[in-house]
Design a protein around this ligand. Sequence first.
Ligand code: HEC
Ligand code: HEC
Length: 451
Amino acid sequence: MLFRLNISLFAASIALSLAGCSGGDSATATVTALVAPVPPATTLSLAAQVGKQMFFDETLSGSRKMSCATCHDPKFAYGPPNDLAVQLGGSTLTESGDRAVPSLRYKEYTPAYADLLDNPDGISVPGPGGGFTWDGRANSLADQAKIPLLDPHEMANTSPANVVAKIQVSTYAPLFQQAFGGTVFADPAAAFNAAVAALQAFQLEDVSFHPYNSKFDLYAGNKIGGTLTAAETRGLKLFSDPATGNCASCHYQGAGLGGSSALFTDFSYEAISVPRNLAIPANNNPLYYDMGICGPIRSDHVPTSANAKDAFCGMFKAPTIRNVTNRKSFFHNGVMHSLQQVIQFYNTRDTMPELWYPTIGGVAKTVNDVNFPTYGLIQTQYVGGTVQKYNDLPAAYLANIDTQLPLDGRAAGSAPPMSDNDIADLICFLGTLNDDYVATKTPPISGSCVN
Ligand code: HEC
Ligand code: HEC
């Protein structure tokens, strides 16, 4: 069935051909300039002002050296400032986390998690979607903030009352009382709820969390400086083409959401079988698998018995890919460290699985063939042996793994959907999604990402 979405909100728009996340339906949607539901506040509410102080307050941790901004650095789009797969935290800053730190930008429209969320693209059938963290276990930014404050591997406060006691002796205690009432500290449970509401208000109100000032935003709004180069235009086509890159089917949400556009995520969850990362200490236990929605970190979708069928196992949230070229570790387990590697994974997960998953048995070559790619996670070429394809999900759940383009399950050794040049163009397009773009007076006529 062919749907046609005709959303004409603002100035120029471009046609994007979109395939629904869970099927072959296609439609022509329109990318439009953004219309914020609430105009960005020029001044923050009192609650948001408190939240801002808290966000950067290192004393709100067991170590007294870690704030939200330690892991969510505003200079890195509120993502991690380094290339570690997972960060160190805890009372002595030596405890390893279990997952990569997501960017906190563009979360303001994220709906609460539902097993059957209507897909915002208006095309795909409902499926798991919404919520915060890689597995959707927090339903609001306020609920989410409780996790790092109390996690012994992160900010490691011992209890909600412990957090409140620290706020009570902070420089912003009077502001906290102004925002939430003079007697707020008398009830630590209520004060803790006020504290996480303040963190939420800061993230929702402060424009630095959703500036919409990338080159793409100028382009979609038909503004000066928003002309995409030839390479970026080819990249956009690959991004949205259901027959090649197909990125838009999960990383673009259509033009719904009260007129907003271009969050570059549809909040959906899929199992794309990111390889296991042995740099995460928890993964040293061969029986441990981080399976996203079905646990064990999230607890409400755990399979009824070991290996009982469970469609949620292996599913993680498709994150926004705005500002992604500034990241240095990728996916829920941070196993990849460059964008080229990420996209080559999408391209060759099935055609050259030996680049991504370990080979058991076989003989390692002393010298790799000259054409053996160097971008993979595995740098050693083997003769014979068996590739442990999809090595971070127990066998019982392998049927959950997504097989839509570009990860379409095609046979090992066959041609991948994208060429190396395509991938270079796609990376150029992704670069247009970085915030704080400054248009040059005269567009360059040569250089990378131009022609
Ligand atoms: C030690 C590093 C660390 C610190 C400190 C930290 N976070 Fe996070 N944050 C993470 C990680 C890792 C995740 C992903 C967690 C998961 O998927 O289970 C995350 C996820 C989030 C998310 C969900 C984003 C999304 O895409 O769904 C929000 C919101 C968030 N953190 C806010 C905060 C706030 C507010 C604070 C301070 C109270 C904070 N974080 C402190 C590491 C950290
Ligand atoms: C079937 C849905 C789907 C398709 C198609 C898809 N992605 Fe993703 N993407 C995801 C999911 C799910 C994740 C998170 C997976 C995980 O961490 O286990 C993800 C993660 C990413 C990340 C890592 C972001 C971060 O912050 O770590 C990048 C970059 C990315 N995708 C780019 C792309 C590009 C480029 C394309 C097109 C070539 C694409 N994706 C196609 C679902 C999809």
